[in-house]
Design a binder for this molecule. Structure first.
Ligand code: FES
Ligand code: FES
Length: 175
């Protein structure tokens, strides 16, 4: 097998959870591996590795993306968010995370980071979702434990709270 030369690696820089980061990446390196092994963002889970389960969902420029289908080099210059960046402070959960805790919306937690990322992005755009819309979002994720009902309840509860917590600029509170 041909060994990679130094020139086969690319130095890439992007923003991870509001902090600038730089890594060296071979062209074939997946974003999941770059985040988990290169940058220690192990909250991004790896399940199916082919875009089905949703466990690896991150936000790229605010939009949900499957990190297992994304190459690390594609993160160059982008704004990347993982579950580690959801909480507004180290001692405070986001409104969505707190709702998950209240509703016991996780058991083993393997799927949870990906679901939180998808719902975080969705609720920023749609703070008044119907139950069927939330089901549609969560339907992009496989959860083997919860039966989904508490996840739906948590998302709707979080949406209620977001609408009741307007920011000074009139936009939604931190999800
Ligand atoms: S690990 Fe990426 S979708 Fe399953
Ligand atoms: S909480 Fe276990 S897979 Fe969803």
């Amino acid at each position: 097998m041909r060994r990679l030369a130094a020139s086969d690696r690319h130095r890439i820089g992007f923003t991870l959870n509001s902090r600038p980061v730089e890594i060296e990446a071979e062209p074939r390196l997946l974003a999941t591996d770059a985040l988990r092994h290169g940058l220690g963002a192990t909250g991004t889970h790896v399940g199916c590795e082919h875009g089905v389960c949703g466990a690896c969902t991150i936000l790229i420029d605010g939009a949900p993306a499957r990190a297992c289908l994304t190459l690390a080099v594609q993160l160059e210059g982008r704004d990347v968010s993982t579950v580690e960046g959801l909480a507004p402070a180290s001692d405070r959960l986001s409104i969505l995370q707190a709702a998950f805790r209240r509703h016991h919306a996780l058991q083993c937690g393997f799927c949870t980071a990906g679901i939180l990322m998808s719902l975080d992005a969705y609720l920023r755009e749609r703070p008044d979702p119907s139950e069927s819309e939330v089901r549609e979002v969560v339907g992009g994720h496989l959860c083997r434990c919860t039966g989904y009902a508490p996840i739906i309840a948590a998302a709707l509860d979080a949406a209620d709270q977001l609408r009741a917590t307007p920011r000074a600029d009139g936009k939604n509170a931190h999800v």
